[in-house]
Design a protein around this ligand. Structure first.
Ligand code: SF4
Ligand code: SF4
Length: 355
């Protein structure tokens, strides 16, 4: 059953980053002894974890969302009011104009709900005409209000890569995770994206989907899932898309709440630890990316952002951007990081290794 409010609005302790970190450190709650993520990295000579480069600039433009999904690591929802200001966006643009990032990845909440969203994209394109711009669109926002109906056309005009969550190709499983009616609206939104050319062969307009497991288990093989999704969506709804990214649920925020309530926390952590893959650890996404929060602070990734673990450098805000310090920083790791290194690994672009 979907929550109607964020953990924060419910005044649930897990709405606080400090409490989540306390839970992740609490060995008694696990009911067993598991190694720390740090010790796993040490065993393969990868600690301290440092970046290999800075390619991806991921900006979380706000926690407001039209949905309240059960697994959301942002604890987003309509009741969240944290939104990036135009001033902070300008500071991001100034950094993007100056440093050689390859990709800008806009996420939220529903990033399109930020009132400056379109202006922001136009400005990024102006200062970096060829940079890859990704928007993590939840699909239903396109159908939520008339003012969003033209988003597919806006995305097309600005050569945006669209990445959208669709937990499964059936209504039952998708709605269970994302809310009643979400599957039907998502299908309509995907058809609207296809209509302007997204996902269709030869258009160069990329539409990728994101799958995540419905419960406390690891995703199955990404390539196999992609085939299943493609076959089902094409046959039933004439929908095309490019790639499917299979991602692992990270044990923080609302998914952590689910694990604790269902009594599966210890088992899930053990599953992640047992499936630790050194090849995936080498490729974790924090090694080539940086995450910026709605209020302009810098983090190693969107998960560390939600845990309020800022980058380990003296300048931690976009207004004081120090490229050299950031590219040589030590990445902050904790037990949730096992979610990125289990089996074939997990990143914002799906798996990172062989399993
Ligand atoms: S659509 Fe995304 S940001 Fe919004 S509640 Fe769902 S998972 Fe969170
Ligand atoms: S959770 Fe973040 S910091 Fe930890 S391994 Fe994953 S990307 Fe890196």
């Amino acid at each position: 059953m979907n929550p109607v409010k964020s953990l924060k609005a419910q005044k649930n302790q897990l709405g606080e980053a400090a409490f989540q970190l306390q839970v992740l450190q609490d060995t008694e709650r696990l009911g067993r002894t598991l190694p720390t993520f740090e010790s796993q990295l040490k065993a393969q000579g990868l600690f301290p974890l440092i970046p290999t480069t800075l390619d991806i600039f991921q900006i979380n433009v706000g926690k407001m969302c039209n949905q309240v999904c059960t697994h959301c690591h942002v604890d987003a929802g309509p009741d969240r009011k944290e939104i990036m200001t135009q001033e902070t966006m300008q500071q991001c643009i100034d950094v993007l104009a100056k440093f050689p990032f390859k990709s800008v990845d806009l996420t939220g909440g529903a990033p399109e709900m930020n009132p400056h969203f379109r202006w922001f994209i136009e400005e990024i394109r102006r200062v970096q005409p060829d940079i890859q711009i990704i928007v993590r669109c939840n699909l239903t926002i396109i159908r939520a209000n008339k003012k969003y109906y033209d988003l597919p056309e806006f995305f097309r005009q600005h050569r945006i890569e669209v990445v959208s969550s669709l937990p499964f190709y059936t209504a039952t499983r998708t709605d269970a995770q994302r809310g009643d009616g979400v599957f039907e609206d998502s299908i309509k939104a995907l058809q609207m994206l296809n209509e302007v050319g997204y996902g269709r062969e030869g258009t160069g307009l990329t539409l990728n989907l994101v799958y995540n497991p419905a419960g406390a288990f690891l995703p199955t093989n990404q390539a196999g899932l992609e085939k299943e999704f493609k076959k089902s969506l094409k046959t039933k709804y004439d929908i095309d898309f490019n790639s499917l990214f299979a991602i692992t649920n990270i044990p923080i925020s609302r998914f952590l709440d689910h694990l604790l309530i269902s009594g599966k926390y210890g088992d899930y952590m053990e599953t992640l630890v047992t499936a630790y893959n050194p090849e995936a650890a080498e490729q974790v996404m924090c090694r080539n990316s940086l995450s910026i929060s709605w209020d302009g602070f810098l983090y190693d990734c969107d998960f560390n952002q939600m845990l309020e673990l800022k980058v380990d450098t003296s300048n931690q805000h976009i207004s004081n951007f120090d490229y050299q310090a950031l590219v040589s920083r030590q990445i902050q790791v904790n037990q949730h990081c096992f979610g990125c290194t289990a089996s074939a690994g997990s990143s914002c672009r799906g798996t990172v290794a062989h399993n």
